[in-house]
Design a protein around this ligand. Sequence first.
Ligand SMILES: [Fe+2]
Length: 234
Amino acid sequence: MVDIHSHILPNVDDGSGSTEESLALLELLKKQGVTVSVATPHFYAVRHKLSEFLERRERAARILADARSDGVPAVRLGAEVSYYEGISRSEEIKALVIEGTPLLLLEMPEAPWHDRVVDEVLRMNDDHGVAVLLAHVERCLPFQKKHVIERLAEGEVLMQMNADSFLERGTRRFAVKMLRDRKIHMIGSDCHNMTSRRPRLDEAYAEIRRRCGEDAAAWLGAVEDDFFAAEAVR
Ligand SMILES: [Fe+2]
């Protein structure tokens, strides 16, 4: 299983605060059945220079690679890219796709989106080589009008949901409905630490199987295989 959204790299963002914590997170992800952990530190174009971000991410990944033990999930590098106006015209975004895939994990504003914002997301998705995957859509889609969601679906924009959405009262109904309708494509832990934001993928998948059926879990696995076939041993 692939964990498509996580903050497991040490000391790069508001995620793991030490190499020890990163190792503990990897161990826990392994116990939950994860074989590939995609590290997606936050990228804010207003705060970060791309080259500095990539260097910092590389350094953290190297520290973790040197410290990790055999058998823990493989780490793939990506980023959680915060949306900004003009992003579709930026050449930078191609450097931020998830290693070995065209997936760009995009964090959208938690407010209603103007049509021009949707246009921009669709433009990015049309751009050669980039497949937009909207991050934790449970936070932003409930604000959107029906036609916005329809346009994104028509444009084949992919949707990621946090595993916790299936476990919390406030979001469970929405998460279950979205998955039953096959409107979400990938589940991520979005884990940040070993305390308040631990990964809960195993619990979430149990809930998914119970409420949406084995077919839904298999469907998520098939989407995952499209992008990670060689490594995503389930
Ligand atoms: Fe995140």
